[in-house]
Design a protein. Sequence first.
Length: 756
Amino acid sequence: MQHHDPVGTPQGEEDKSALLALENRLANAENVLTAITVDLDGELRFAEILLALTDLRLLSRSPGGEWAEWPISAEGLRLHLSDHAGVGCIELCDARTRLARWHYTLAGQPAALKLVKLFKERQAGVAQATAEADDAFGADPELQTPPSTWVLLRLGRFAKPYRKQLISGFLLTLASTAATLVPPYLTIPLMDDILIPFQNGQEIAFGKVAVFLGALLAAALVGWALGWARTYQLALVSERIGADLRTTTYEHLLTLPLDYFGGKRTGDLMARIGSETDRINVFLSLHALDFLTDVLMILMTAVILFSINPLLAVVTLVPLPFIAWMIHVVRDRLRTGFEKIDRVWSEVTNVLADTIPGIRVVKAFAQEKREAERFHKANAYNLQVNDKLNRTWSLFTPSVSLLTEVGLLVVWAFGIWQVARGSITVGVLTAFIAYIGRFYTRLDSMSRIVSVTQKAAAGAKRIFDILDHVSNVPEPVEPLALARVEGRIEMKNVGFRYGSRAVIRNLSLAIQPGEMIGLVGHSGSGKSTLVNLICRFYDVTDGAILVDGSDIRRFRVADYRRHVGLVLQEPFLFFGTIAQNIAYGKPDASREEIVAAARAAHAHDFILRLGQGYDSLVGERGQGLSGGERQRISIARALLIDPRILILDEATSAVDTETEQEIQRALDNLVRGRTTIAIAHRLSTLRKADRLVVMDRGEVVEVGRHDVLMEQQGAYFRLYQAQLRQADDESAGARDERASLAVALGGHAAHPAGNA
């Protein structure tokens, strides 16, 4: 066995055992190109999974020793590499679906890159070019994989809790379908034993007629009752499946990391959870039920037809192969077409999601016409895509109807010939025509459901694209209890990368409980990223962050964040009352606690000036309040949860100087006993910090108090001097503006006097 250098493969005992198992699995003359160990499982727990690439196939060995393999020569096979906030991902896909996915920490990025590179080099022609193009343009893997009808089977996990109701619904469907097949069968004795003998001069036996008509009425009533029961039963189940699907998708969406939302449009996510789940619900409650009824009707009708006259039944089924071929051809076009329609429609929704929340900006810059044109273009493109698909669908439906009419004509011709020969009676032919009418009606209905099924499949794929996304901030397998936090923070050789770009490099820092740290540095120096790592919005790529001596990755995410108070640079308020917004992090807070938090944030006075006080409604995103008022409510919201770790990310940048001074006076008392990390644009606001941490290009370059750092005349000194010069320039500009205004006003006043 010939090995290329297995970069990234640890050489522990377990790994040696895996490599030995790999050697035993190889065929004669099969060479290993590279072998790596990925260190995260599907739930992002630490594990060791062997990935090996040979000149013939890709192999994977799970921690339990199970092997999976894929030949490189398989059509459409490709390997896609991506990474999000410290977690890398290797995806193996074919032309239809994703076959496998492996996760790893970015320490293994070089080995993963080598694996993907060698994999592509082994692929031939078009498959290699396509994979490289996808990698170069960073194509979204969600859009690369076409939807398959089989994705609807994944809805089974949501149907499982309702299996008893589904079984009873199926039995009701079976019974109601059987009831509707009784009337055509009764036409045989009605024709052969009553009507035709009457035409030949015999008397009508009204007793028999009454029996047959009573049986027809009974069959109709039973069919109606069973049909109502099964429709109601399955509609209730489908509504609950749809509700569970929406809830599960939304709950999973809330667990995804921030970087996932950074790459998605709000309107698209809203469309997936809203319209896509509604479409699936309609499919399950109406069309899936109809499809099941159609299948049962066709099967049961076919059995009856063959029991009556096998030869005539064979003639009846002649159009079936042609219809099946048409469905197969059209299905693929509809499948890709409906997914494209979904994506185009989400663009229409995106325009609305962008414009309506930002309507103030639209009006301020008089861009109503531009936004209307943008919506018009998106809507026009949506119309164009629908028209293209409708051309295919409009030809398909009449073609199926034509084939069914031709099939009925063939049955008439063959049936008349059989009657003329005496092979069948008129009653049998009449029953056949009645059954065939139902048979072809159901066949036509089944062909129409192709469109609805492909729409539901496209919607289900977009839903499962969300559900399949795994958070790169995983929950620990055995979490540590976190009853109380002292607030000691220790960062050991912390590193973090956005993709291939290093943002934090080898950063080490210890913060004592109750200490106030000021983070300063130029824009892009890594201050906000460091705060995000402490909040565990992302996980570190290298090193570790410890709180009270324990790695924060060993705590449950929710348990840890309950002890962290965060005030953002841009405060976000929800639609609701002032009190509800302050109590967002502690919904069961009493009114006294809410008022105390508002007082501490110097928000109590302006809240009382509002019409309804604490019960005053806040508009969407805090409309109706000034930036300073929104910020103080945001600070009160963070303080109400009484966090042991308080993070202020440019918390005073959105307020004026007077309001900033009020907040600073409140913070002087509030930071006592709390570990506080503050980022401030104006360095003067951090003079009271216990220590200042100066960052540059993701590294800590200076640490110390304001006075000490000023004496050193290093990076902090240069930052401070630059801000002083900027402040002087702004003051000089303001004085010049006031002087110019005074001159203008003075000249305007003197001018009339001179004329006088």
